[in-house]
Design a protein around this ligand. Sequence first.
Ligand code: ASP
Length: 439
Amino acid sequence: MRKVVKFGGSSLADAGQFKKVGDIIRADESRVYVVPSAPGKRYPTDTKVTDLLIQLYKKAAAGEDLTDALAVIHARYDEIITGLGLDFSLDDEFAEIERVMKEEPTLDYAASRGEYLNGRIMAAYLGYEFIDPYDVIFFNEEGTLNSYKTNKVLTAKLEQTERAVIPGFYGQGKDGKVKTFSRGGSDVTGSIVAAAAKVDIYENWTDVSGFLVADPRIVKDPVSIHTITYRELRELSYMGASVLHEDAIFPVRSKGIPINIRNTNKPEVEGTWIVESTARKQNYTVTGIAGRKGFCSVLITKAMMNSEIGFGRKVLQAFEESNISFEHMPSGIDTMNIVVHESEFIDKEQQVVSTIHRLSSPDAIEIESGLALIAVVGRGMKSVQGTAARIFSALAHARVNIRMIDQGSSELNIIIGVANEDFETAIRAIYAIFVETQL
Ligand code: ASP
């Protein structure tokens, strides 16, 4: 058994956190490839090293003096080195960073140094080999991952390296310069390394005990999900739940490698397994509940709409012509409801309305704003009766008016539209009916 272990910034924020990470790695021989992020926040008002580096870049680009900004970052790392009792110095690395920032600064180079330096310390601390992602992860001209070249080079390198630290977040651009993924991209590196090394498990260590059934800012101490499929995760992430970078799924998914989300501060907890498919029943009928505010619904009415072939296409064409993507489309016999993001729609609403009139001559168009959508997701819902009824009665008891319902035919999720101001109440009510009553 071999594993890739990725640690997020809060897991590596200071020497104390580094020690926890060291203990986790040493506790399991199979944790052979380590992907660190840059040091994150040590306390809520602290600044992540990546953000300090971005500020450093801005100063460099403006031709300002860099001495103080560099010293602050250097001190963050020295504190970790001293705390770990390592006989190790990053002086040469900082001299090189200073040189590049003065001579040819780029944002990606600056931002990537957080992971690079943390990787150097981690390799020294563990006695693992250091692999610079600059030499093994490659981007295409358009800035997307060059998976063919990356896989070839990285696989060959890992075949010769039994244990290694590979910093997250960056690689080499087509122009030969350092290039980063988007923010939170160390998750992606972990997934790429796991796929290239064909390991058995990709462990992603963070500061929560896995993927939670509901947003902890809305529901107090929500339970965590034991096993979630990639499809369920996609539904929930799309609706605002976030633990993992979106692009981290594909590399491991295509190789059938499960992801295990773990908590560095509670290593005894099993966390969440993200898998392709599973026979495992969830503890509750629903896997997760997530949602977002800020939608609007465009209600189009036309007598005898049901028998007018091509009507739906014409309506959707109006949205397409204004370059607006729609989220949901529940429909009735003589009505069609198109749900869109308010922020995308608002500036173009009159243009869309007049185009719908021109293309499809409806009887009426009504726009309603202030809609929040809630997705109740669960692979088990299709085999359990009364799930929708339970959701609706929970909402009725909580005095929440349901303004829209959309259930995909796969029955993986039920989407409910409520007023923005009912959003939190609705999520709490749905959580309570499925989790707190243990049904
Ligand atoms: N350090 C980078 C960021 O803050 C990447 C990461 O942590 O995954 O976005």
